[in-house]
Design a binder for this molecule. Structure first.
Ligand code: TIU
Length: 243
């Protein structure tokens, strides 16, 4: 008989959750971060390192949909008039292209531009929320907490890019709001191998101070063992922003 609880062997110990109260969160898998000509490359990064995340994440997304769990996508970006981009973010560093500048995939990190959207391999489906966020964390200036609370979600399976920036910011925000986070180690990526390693280690240290970490294979095996979940529908999950 299929188990009703999701149990994933993880570090620092097994991760347990109710599938109907668990959401897969896919953070910022946008062309701007994982393809040449976007924000990530403008910051001086080798974006090819992040592309390794796409094949395992695609499998995770497909299996999560089949199992009936809630799926949420986020996108980092700004309004065309940059009114939601603080000067501290706009003027930071010495990028080859700044936020809002025209690039080969449209204006850098601007909502509605081709480069701002999610890669083809992970295109959101109807019924999945797509949250636009101006910051690194997925809770700051978004309706994510309200959305999750209304849907009864208490556990997050966290994936996306980059491990040490938007993934970490989101996990930290989630912890402070009482969510339990499982991070899939091969479905999060960094431009810096040493940050990938340290970023994952920081989550599980101190008895799991920020959450749990497991490879996607362990999560996929756990999904196969459960009956299809029947989550509450996301309020207004119509594939658009939920401010
Ligand atoms: N630069 C970098 O590592 N990340 C970001 O700017 N945003 C996200 O992580 N999504």
């Amino acid at each position: 008989m299929p188990a009703e609880q999701l149990t994933v062997p993880a570090e620092p110990g097994p991760f347990h959750s109710d599938p109907a109260r668990t959401a897969l969160v896919i953070i910022d898998m946008q062309r701007d971060f994982v393809e040449p000509g976007g924000f990530g490359e403008a910051l001086g990064n080798d974006v090819s390192l992040l592309r390794a995340v796409i094949p395992p994440l695609r499998k995770v997304l497909t299996a999560t949909r089949t199992a009936g769990l809630t799926v949420i996508h986020t996108r980092e970006g700004h309004r065309p008039d940059l009114s939601d981009c603080p000067p501290a973010k706009l003027h930071r560093g010495n990028p080859s292209l700044r936020i809002g500048d025209p690039g080969p995939k449209g204006r850098i990190l601007i909502r509605g531009e081709y480069g701002h959207d999610i890669v083809d391999e992970l295109t959101p489906q109807a019924g999945e929320a797509v949250l636009d966020k101006p910051g690194k964390g997925s809770f700051y200036a978004t309706g994510l907490h309200r959305l999750l609370t209304t849907a009864g979600i208490t556990s997050l399976v966290v994936t996306g890019v980059t491990t040490e920036v938007c993934v970490h910011a989101t996990i930290r925000e989630a912890n402070d709001r009482g969510y339990e986070c499982l991070v899939l180690s091969d479905c999060v990526g960094s431009y810096f191998p040493q940050f990938q390693q340290a970023g994952l280690a920081m989550i599980t240290a101190q008895g799991g101070i920020l959450g749990w970490v497991a490879p996607s294979g362990a999560y996929l095996d756990a999904l196969r063992a459960i009956s299809p979940a029947r989550p509450m529908p996301l309020p207004g999950a119509d594939g658009v922003d939920h401010p």
